[in-house]
Design a protein. Structure first.
Length: 271
């Protein structure tokens, strides 16, 4: 009886293999639908063109930064930076970044997350967190700037616009707001005068960035220094230009559909 039982397959192992096979098929289907040129070194990557995961992680970063005040919170800051780092890692894989560059990004994420934790823990023991926090945020700003670039570069290579293409464009747009929130916090920490004229929780930076990029302008928080105003207005301009050009272009191609695009191309090519 024991020998017979030992030969039975492990259900958990079978479920894990089936789940892994489904993930691989979804990744292959996304890459196939995009029909984008891909370096052979990354052609078999299971996260290739999985911009749904990238968008999900960017939304998670926005939610965490909007709800958790990381000033003086060791674990809040660590979790926020860890999720953002994970979004960067997934974005590099989804965007067909070469393996050597991926390793550089992985190292940047590792150093930034660990360094941020060490800095915040050390500052909390010494009772001075602002200087250490801005060091971590300043380094992290470099990593956040990479996400919209690598995503946009890959999305523009898609010959056929599918759902993953649209999700990638939206993820890049929202990541601009996340990046500016970090920029606002860095400017605030480096300036003699507070960004908003008074100290605020870190959750305000994400809120203000989303309000600015959407050009809502509630007016409850206003940039008061010249550098702060320049940063805020640049986000409004860049966000709207990106939205009405890049995102609108991707969505319009998606709405047209591959059949209509081929018909239009045939009509243009006809004498």
């Amino acid at each position: 009886m024991d020998a017979a039982d030992s030969k039975q397959p492990d259900p958990s192992a079978a479920d894990a293999s089936a789940a892994e096979a489904r993930r691989m098929r979804r990744a292959a289907r996304a890459a196939r639908e995009a029909q984008a040129p891909t370096d052979p070194a990354v052609a078999g990557r299971r996260l290739l063109d999985r911009f749904d995961l990238v968008l999900l992680l960017v939304l998670a970063v926005i939610a965490i930064q909007s709800l958790v005040d990381t000033s003086g919170s060791v674990w809040g800051s660590f979790v926020t930076h860890s999720v953002t780092g994970l979004a960067l890692i997934v974005a590099t894989r989804a965007s067909a970044v070469r393996p050597r560059a991926c390793r550089v990004f992985d190292l940047l994420v590792l150093v930034t997350v660990v360094g941020n934790l060490v800095l915040v823990v050390g500052s909390s023991r010494g009772g001075r967190s602002s200087g250490s926090t801005v060091q971590a945020e300043g380094i992290w700003l470099v990593a956040e700037l990479i996400l919209p670039v690598v995503i946009g570069r890959r999305v523009l290579k898609h010959r056929v616009v599918g759902v993953q293409t649209v999700l990638g464009a939206v993820a890049a747009y929202l990541q601009i707001a996340v990046t500016y929130a970090t920029l606002f916090q860095t400017i605030d920490a480096l300036s003699l005068q507070p960004f908003f004229g008074q100290p605020v929780p870190t959750t305000v930076y994400t809120y203000f960035s989303l309000v600015t990029i959407s050009t809502v302008g509630y007016g409850d928080f206003v940039a008061v220094t010249n550098l702060a105003r320049l940063a805020a207005t640049s986000e409004a301009v860049i966000g709207q230009v990106f939205l009405v050009t890049f995102v609108a272009f991707i969505v319009s191609r998606f709405a047209a559909g591959p059949g209509r695009r081929r018909d239009q191309e045939d009509e243009d090519a006809a004498p």
